[in-house]
Design a protein around this ligand. Sequence first.
Ligand SMILES: [Zn+2]
Length: 288
Amino acid sequence: MSTTGSPPTVADVVAALDRRYPPAWAEEWDRVGLVLGEPSTPVRRIACVIDVVPETVAEALAAGADMIVAHHPLLLRGVSSVAATTYKGRIVHQLIKGDVALYVAHTNADMADPGVSDALAARFGLTGLRPLHRPQPGSPAAGGSRGIGRIGELPTPMTLADLTRHAAAVLPVTAWGVRAAGDPGRMVRILAVSGGSGDSFLAEATAAGVDAFLTADLRHHPAGEHLAAGGPALLDAAHWATERPWLDDLAAHLRDALGVETVVSDLDTDPWTVHATASPSGRQGAVL
Ligand SMILES: [Zn+2]
């Protein structure tokens, strides 16, 4: 960190982020930490994004960012080429040419306290937060209130139909919006939320006895079987919209810890950009 008025370096930013989101807390399959960048390069402005795609890279370059902190790994699987003729290679070239460093905090940021789902829970005003999925005892992330997803109490209980409308209002706007599964009149007091793909936590949401579970990327068979077994109601939001709230918390931390400027991307990178609903007449289900 800067102590003489000079800006922090890439290495300083990495150290600060590694303290808040230790790489050892990431899932085994994940790839987090510094992806690109010279450790000694000064950093005055950091762009916070969910996805490293050409559009968010263009935003970061236009904003004069020296570094991007992203949630999703740019390079998750093994690569044998970063030629500029490939989609990701083009991004790598743009970043290196622009002298922009790239750092990723993914499942280690999900696991942290505060982490990705705390920011999501805050959008709903949930109180009495506890993790939905705790790390294995003895694993590096075990301890405290760390874990993936959060469970808490809504300020006011509401029906599933009302909660679905509320979710669409408090989350960043996407074409996908929010859809729900379960009895529209079911009262929801205790809500579980998990930023990103939460399919694998359905059983834990049921075991926790919550009234509803909001996440993203839910699928037909797991959702249907979960409901048939009497599990909590489900709300399925756009993946990006469930993680975007965290960027504000990330940016605030970077400003406080390092004195850097931050820019937060509001560019909706959800791949689903078109949404249509047929006339409700003659169709089953609640149209909100
Ligand atoms: Zn995600």
